[in-house]
Ligand binder design. Sequence first.
Ligand code: APR
Length: 254
Amino acid sequence: MELLERLTIIPDRAQQVVVLTGAGISAESGVPIFRGTGSMWEDPLARRLAARAGPPWNTKATWEFYEWRRALVARCEPNTAHRTLVAMESYFTNFCLITQNVDGLHRRAGSKNLLELHGNMWQGRCPSDGALVDLPDTPLSSLPPYHSCGTALRPHVVQFGEPIDPTILSESLKASMRADLFFVIGTSGVVAPARDLPLLALNKGAKVIEINREETVLTPHVTVSIRGKAAEILPRLWNELLEKAGVRDAPKPY
Ligand code: APR
């Protein structure tokens, strides 16, 4: 109960629970993060491929970078943190998972009520008509892949400076404002608008629990910040919450 002693939370099924994840939740699956130790940019090949990728984003060079990332993620599996979030979703009546990750691991783990703020690298988007196309296989047979309308697809990934899909953003804002409990897991909290969501929840009265292996810019603001790896801390915390609530029938993700 040592984690819970720092939280005065009873996991009531009726609570509105929102989770925001970042690259750190996939770190133990083997997907590199973006900033700091273990970042993707430590790999010279990633830097070389990324330097050639760019607007209009539907070029062969951009897809070469994304094919490298897709191949890397294809070798990874969801970890116990991803799976714990699936268990949490089946427990709470109102559960919303917001992710900045484009790796698709939450979907692969089985999360359903999922808002992918930055898109998903397993989909292409048509720059002409906005159609989304599933591209589950890597390597792709040709680069760039094409939409049936004849236009080259771009990865369905929000690039720096591009707007977030307005529907996804508005659902994320609404969920965050309604939250009773808000978990922020494995994000450095430096990229807007995702970084604003836990602060919004906090201002509306939610308890915000951060799980991160390091301190972040959000740490001084949250209700409680737990230092450690998401795949270790989250299942432990979830078990403790269930025990505290006297729940015996909740699905165990491990
Ligand atoms: N468990 C928990 N946290 C971890 C773990 C782990 N095993 N490993 C790393 N972390 C933490 C790091 O301490 C860091 O705070 O995960 C965070 C990862 O931060 P970033 O690399 O900045 O990733 P993220 O916050 O998701 O970045 C946001 O930036 O480049 C863009 O579009 C990209 O969606 C991404 C956005």
